[in-house]
Design a protein around this ligand. Structure first.
Ligand SMILES: Cc1ncc(COP(=O)(O)O)c(C=O)c1O
Length: 494
């Protein structure tokens, strides 16, 4: 362990070494079992005599902080303390973020209560991740020397991945792209960031769906944009309600987030015509519709666009894992040089090993196969949730038809009084994690309902999870007066 010790200035040097090492053990920087440098090594580093270091070590050993084992060295023997913020750190408040970054909260954050039934949204099932293939492809890349040059490369991403993606997107999503139109990003979220950087000035108007995806809304707000909510109905974004002068419109046409509808063909053409008349750019977020359970998909806006006004954004967060932080955008040539510069200036480029392994996975046909197999699994889960939710919650809530993705929405039946925040809180207290749709609205057109994800929950747990949820919903109607449910197998969330 390369421990930091500072002995400049006057005073007893052995005492200083002793105090600094003791403090490091007490505040958890040095952990139980960690090996300290040999006395000679530390003495050389600090330019003191070996006996000075030995005196400090002996004192620490006598007080139980250290122990030495003959032949193997000196180790921390005291139990590791939980690191605690020092009082002084709490007083260090001079550095302040600018206001637009100061009070951002995460509307999707929920208190970490023990979860027995996890219907949370946004995560695929890690058990369906093609771990064996991924391990093989990563290993093949490392063996093949992907990191040998170790140099910075094209900010747009590895050519191999962009080639593979261009082919895949053309076949699977009908996206009209060559490799040069694609830029690899760290998830969809970075794509939105780069797009905002190159298109927006402070004060520009950005139109987003309401209810919609909070991280995008918040991101554009941090850029100083005036973000205007636009209502959605069963056909998706209400194009007739778009604000005058919007420079950018963010939409989720294939699977509206959160409600789940599909932007109708008529609305698609209206939206493109509106963008043309208003000289606006459309950001098409296609985050989870690779999982498709019915119907033929409509052409993406990107394919219908004849003027170069659509930036298509995709992600591997749902088809692979969010932890890979792998996404991409497909942009018109007029934006590509600026986007490439923005990528270079923010993080240079994505990690090469992940990009190269993904290229191999796509080229091998394994990725398409994996998506097909996972779609079968998720399709069964979706049907199961819809049937059972109708049976158990159907008197209050009604499912929104949804043909894609990893979640379904349940909205209050006509006339039903339903406080979705309260229902979600009751559910959480009973060990069921669900999202309240109210968290995704701007508040002007208050949205109400529950969102049930089926990526995280094991199918076998769905019936019990829905049963507990139904009781929590009923309690939320009555005012939350009942006892918490007994939990079958509560697991903590990290
Ligand atoms: C609407 C929407 N867009 C994009 C994403 C993907 O984000 P990322 O690729 O940054 O993980 C998500 C993830 O939950 C989402 O819900």
């Amino acid at each position: 362990m390369d421990v930091h010790v500072q002995i400049d200035g006057r005073g007893d040097r052995a005492d200083r070494i002793y105090r600094q090492l003791r403090d490091a053990v007490l505040d958890g920087r040095l952990r139980h079992g960690e090996r300290l440098p040999a006395t000679r090594e530390l003495a050389d580093r600090l330019s003191v005599s070996r006996s000075t270091v030995a005196t400090a070590y002996e004192r620490l050993t006598a007080e139980g902080y250290l122990a030495s084992r003959v032949g193997s060295g000196t180790f921390v023997s005291a139990p590791t303390a939980a690191p605690s913020p020092s009082a002084a750190r709490g007083e260090r408040t001079a550095a302040r973020p600018v206001q637009r970054w100061a009070d951002i909260h995460d509307p999707l954050w929920t208190e970490s209560l023990p979860i027995a039934y996890d219907f949370s949204v946004g995560t695929p099932d890690p058990a369906l991740f093609p771990a064996e293939s991924w391990r093989r492809f990563v290993a093949a890349e490392l063996r093949g020397g992907i990191l040998r040059s170790g140099h910075y490369r094209d900010p747009a991403g590895l050519q191999r991945l962009r080639d593979a993606l261009a082919r895949h997107l053309g076949v699977a999503r009908s996206v009209d792209a060559l490799a040069d139109d694609i830029l690899i990003t760290s998830g969809a979220q970075q794509a939105f960031d780069l797009i905002g950087r190159v298109l927006l000035d402070p004060g520009d108007v950005v139109a987003v769906e309401d209810p919609g995806y909070p991280p995008v809304r918040q991101l554009f707000e941090t850029m100083g944009a005036r973000v205007v909510p636009v209502p959605v109905d069963e056909h998706g974004l209400r194009v007739d309600a778009l604000p005058d002068g919007a420079k950018l419109v963010y939409v989720t046409p294939s699977h509206q987030f959160p409600l789940g509808g599909v932007l109708s063909f008529e609305r698609r053409t209206q939206l493109l015509a509106w963008a043309s008349a208003n000289d606006a750019v459309i950001v098409e977020d296609d985050y989870d519709s690779e999982y498709r359970y019915a119907d033929r998909p409509l052409d993406p806006l990107q394919r219908l666009d004849t003027e170069g006004r659509v930036v298509y954004v995709g992600t591997f967060s749902k088809t692979m894992l969010p932890a890979l932080r792998l996404g991409f955008l497909v942009a018109p040539p007029s934006l590509m040089p600026a986007l490439r510069s923005a990528k270079r200036l923010t993080d240079w480029h994505n990690d090469h090993v992940t990009q190269a392994a993904m290229a191999r996975f796509i080229d091998s046909g394994g990725f398409a196969r994996h998506v097909r197999q996972a779609t079968k699994q998720y399709g069964m889960r979706q049907r199961q949730i819809l049937e059972q939710a109708e049976a158990m919650l159907g008197d209050v809530l009604q499912a929104v038809p949804s043909v894609a993705g990893l979640h379904v929405c349940l909205l209050p039946r006509d006339g039903a009084v339903f406080d979705s925040d309260r229902a979600a809180a009751e559910a959480a207290a009973s060990g069921v994690s669900v999202q309240s749709i109210a968290r995704f609205g701007f508040g002007e057109t208050p949205a109400s309902g529950l969102m049930l994800g089926f990526g995280a929950i094991a199918p076998a747990d769905v019936p019990d999870g829905l049963r507990v949820l139904a009781r929590a919903v009923a309690r939320s109607h009555r005012g939350g007066d009942a006892q918490p449910e007994p939990r079958a197998s509560a697991t903590g969330r990290d």
